[in-house]
Design a protein around this ligand. Structure first.
Ligand code: MGD
Ligand code: MGD
Ligand code: MO
Length: 774
């Protein structure tokens, strides 16, 4: 199975953004074409070929000079040059350091949260690999929840009883929406750009075709968003653009109309929910003297009160699906719009009916709205069952900088009183915190604190540049694997297409060597090569499915065929249909067994920033806040159209979008004119936390007062000022303020900024090549 000859070869390969037919000459990829089975393939595939041997690939292990010379300890990470070393030297140094830290301080001193997407392919999934490895050594400090929907992960279990993942995997199928929905009310839109990607991969993109059919059948779509193109044209959507961060006010006003005009489904509310009366008091203003009327919301959102009132009436007349994109909760008080989405759907009484109810993340990723399979794809076990030792310490994932800056400090999270662990060693494999975290200048200070930072990555990412020990990983095209995205019925064999770049190695092989050096080889490897793991994971999985009545081919037949289909039991899946049909027999796992419009549990935590029912709380940074005088533009730092996060930013498709080599930012022509900014020019975006350059595109598809700059441009700090990114990474501007005490989730989607024309010389970028070595 391992690639051995130099013959040309080709195979279908899976990425998080689609399946591709790839041909190689054994060393480089000679062609990458979308899979013919994909009706709406994505140009993001074009990033792959020229990135594979780009100068930013890490060619061999490197150690930061200061760490090599002075040993472990806090240090000027990000400024020091690197020393290239042999694998032997690197693994010896790293195993010695792991032995020291585990020996002297235990597992609670090792942070292995290692958040990030890595690559598609289930066995070589980098996070599973590093978690299994650190568990073999005795455990590690974990991270919980995600940057994707951390606020939802905290709040939804109190509202619906199930985890956010479970709720979303159970979303009403797109096919049901296409057939039954009369009004698709999409907060945050139904993003075509985001539907390009799904965790683990997507074999068939179908959003545009589905929206076209839905529209042609007569469904109306209302896209509530600061950007007109957040919903594809095929939906024929009406565009409503409230001020970013004010959706909660709009939703409360819609609820107010349903309540005031007696349009709420009282029977459903009493049969399937609890707490409506408490919430209705708040809506009517009985508690605080402020009725959450359309007139009230009009002032906050900038929308017309008449239009809000009409929309509420239409919702009550029609089979309405309310969907809230994940972006709405990646904000201060991001729990509220998600909770309110459920509450509005409950007031309409359509939860559990075909094409009605609530959805979370339609358009946010390709898998949402795809019905569940009988089983997810096989994967590498991360835990050792009864053998597991070590630590149960964890942090909410977005509190990484807080943890490193404030070891031992107390904080609150989800009803618990916790303390930050005293972390000495940080181990990252498959993620890029200098892409994903907020307030990067602060993160950089935090990354200087621990004694050792280890990073595995194929590329010289900003995180690798801020590490002590840097190990080059293979890319997915350089190793055998199998892959299948979340809720995707197709599982692909992914044979290696080329030799590894330079001295890059599979994460698995590196962890196997390290665990042997540390006397834990047997635990980590079970004596298997990666090829043997593929076969055994597959065989165990196949045996389980076969026993459940789903026969599958044996491993060799699967590998020869190149793909198989995982059965989907209920193609017409409807969220909460059972519960709606019989809430007594199918209660929700909430304390009341029903949908909690008011939660005693959440109220009991006593958090002012997340009380017992949904409320409007002013975000710290929005167009109506006092600081908007100095920074009057609302930055929407959304996901990039041209790549996945920071991955392959050096690739052809991502590079083609750059303006003077900088990430494109979009703004409204009137906002630009008021500042003397011209289309295609360089701008400086700035606020009290940082500054970045971007290339500007003027567009009337952007709401006035908004600047949109996607994430993912590789962080290129000015040597004299790390809060200035010369390339256009918006995370030098975003804030590390959590969504709420309940969730401690990221608020990276929003920040206030000011923009001005850049009149200085155009600085050179340093991230298009490797860092300085000695
Ligand atoms: N401002 C702002 N910030 C955001 C967001 C936002 O909307 N706004 N979105 C947030 C969200 S939702 C997310 S999910 C995060 C994403 O943040 P990340 O998941 O950290 O971003 P990626 O760029 O996907 O990083 C994956 C890394 O894994 C590496 N990699 C790929 N394959 C392998 C492998 O086999 N082995 C190893 N060792 N490494 C590999 C890649 O080269 C890359 O550096 O960003 C978050 N940050
Ligand atoms: N091409 C591509 N696709 C991706 C990813 C990627 O990096 N690239 N990342 C994947 C990942 S990890 C995730 S978590 C998902 C994220 O999926 P989302 O969270 O849905 O993605 P975003 O692009 O942040 O936001 C979608 C849109 O919401 C709008 N929006 C922002 N703030 C507000 C607001 O306050 N109110 C309203 N009504 N709308 C607002 C923005 O205009 C934005 O374009 O995307 C996935 N898909
Ligand atoms: Mo995400």
């Amino acid at each position: 199975m391992q690639y051995t000859s130099q013959r040309d070869r080709s195979a279908t390969h899976l990425t998080h953004w689609g399946a591709a037919e790839i041909t190689s000459d054994g060393h480089r990829l000679t062609s990458v074409r979308p899979s013919p089975d994909d009706p709406e393939p994505t140009p993001v595939l074009e990033n792959l070929a020229d990135a594979q041997h780009h100068p930013t690939r890490i060619d061999r292990p490197h150690i930061r000079r200061g760490w090599l010379e002075n040993g472990p300890g806090p240090g000027p990470r990000g400024d020091d040059p690197f020393v290239p070393v042999s694998w032997e030297t690197a693994l010896e140094a790293l195993s010695g350091e792991l032995a020291r830290v585990y020996g002297e301080y235990g597992a609670g001193a090792v942070y292995g949260g290692s958040y990030g997407w890595g690559s598609a392919g289930r066995f070589h999934h980098a996070q599973s690999q590093v978690h299994r490895f650190l568990n073999a050594l005795g455990g590690y400090v974990q991270s919980v929840h995600s940057y994707s929907y951390g606020a939802s992960s905290a709040i939804l279990p109190y509202v619906l009883g199930t985890s956010a993942e479970w709720t979303m995997r159970g979303s009403t199928a797109w096919e049901v929406i296409a057939e039954h929905t009369g009004l698709l009310l999409a907060f945050g839109g139904i993003s075509g750009k985001n539907s390009q990607a799904g965790p683990g991969g997507v074999t068939r993109h179908t959003l545009r075709g589905t929206l076209r059919r839905t529209h042609e059948r007569g469904c109306r779509t209302v896209s509530v968003s600061p950007l007109r193109d957040d919903t594809p044209e095929e939906a024929g959507a009406e565009w409503l653009a409230p001020a970013p961060g004010t959706d909660t006010a709009l939703m409360l006003a819609l609820a107010h109309v349903l309540d005031a005009e007696d349009l709420a489904d009282r029977a459903f509310l009493s049969r399937c929910t609890t707490g409506y009366q408490r919430f209705a008091h708040y809506l009517r203003g009985s508690a605080d003297g402020v009725a959450k009327s359309p007139e009230w919301a009009a002032q906050l959102t900038g929308l017309d009160a008449v239009r809000i009132r009409e929309l509420a009436r239409e919702m009550a007349r029609t089979r309405t699906m309310i969907t809230v994109s994940w972006s709405l909760q990646r904000t201060h008080h991001g729990e509220q719009p998600v909770w309110l989405g459920v509450v509005l759907a409950a007031m309409l009484g359509q939860i559990g009916l075909p094409g009605g109810g609530f959805g979370h993340g339609y358009g946010s990723a390709a898998d949402i709205g795809r019905p569940r399979r009988v089983a997810s794809a096989p994967s590498l076990p991360q835990h050792f069952g009864a053998q597991a030792r070590g630590t149960s310490a964890y942090i909410p994932v977005a509190r990484i900088a807080d943890m490193l800056l404030n070891p031992g400090a107390a904080y609150e999270f989800d009803g618990r009183h916790l303390r930050y662990p005293e972390v000495r060693l940080v181990y990252w494999c498959g993620g890029n915190p200098f892409h994903h975290h907020q307030d990067l200048a602060r993160l950089r200070r935090a990354f200087r604190r621990p004694e050792t930072v280890v990073v595995h990555d194929p590329f010289w990412t900003a995180t690798a540049r801020h590490a002590d020990i840097v190990l080059p990983s293979t890319m997915s095209v350089e190793r055998d694997d199998f892959g299948s995205g979340s809720n995707d019925p197709t599982m692909l064999a992914m044979p290696a297409l080329t030799k590894p770049h330079a001295e890059a190695r599979d994460d698995y092989d590196v962890f196997a060597d390290l665990s042997r050096l540390l006397g834990r080889g047997e635990e980590f490897t079970r004596g298997r090569t990666s090829r043997e793991w593929l076969r055994s994971l597959y065989d165990d999985w196949r045996a389980r499915l076969t026993a459940d009545g789903h026969p599958l081919p044996d491993f060799d037949a699967f590998w020869a065929e190149g793909q198989l289909t995982i059965p989907v039991p209920e193609p017409g899946q409807i969220l909460l249909a059972d519960f709606r049909a019989d809430p007594e027999r199918h209660p929700l796992p909430t304390p009341s067994g029903r949908i909690e419009i008011h939660s005693e549990t959440v109220e009991g935590f006593g958090y002012h920033d997340c009380p017992g029912h949904p409320v409007w709380r002013e975000p710290a940074e929005w167009l109506g806040s006092p600081t908007a005088v100095r920074h009057p533009l609302h930055l929407v730092a959304n996901q990039p159209r041209t790549r996945l996060h920071s991955q392959l930013d050096v690739g052809a498709h991502s590079q083609a979008s750059k303006i003077h080599g900088r990430e494109p930012a979009r703004m409204h022509p009137e906002d630009a004119a008021a500042r003397g900014i011209e289309d295609g020019a360089l701008v400086l975006l700035r606020n009290g936390r940082g500054r970045c350059l971007a290339g500007v595109r003027l567009s009337e598809d952007v709401r006035r007062g908004v600047v949109q700059l996607a994430t993912g441009a590789w962080y290129d700090p000015d040597p004299d000022d790390p809060s200035f990114c010369r390339h256009g990474n918006p995370n030098v501007l975003t804030t590390d303020r959590p969504a709420s005490t309940l969730s401690q989730a990221t608020t990276g989607a929003h920040a206030l900024v000011e923009a001005e024309p850049w009149r200085g010389p155009v600085p050179e970028l340093s991230v298009l090549g490797p860092p300085e070595t000695v």
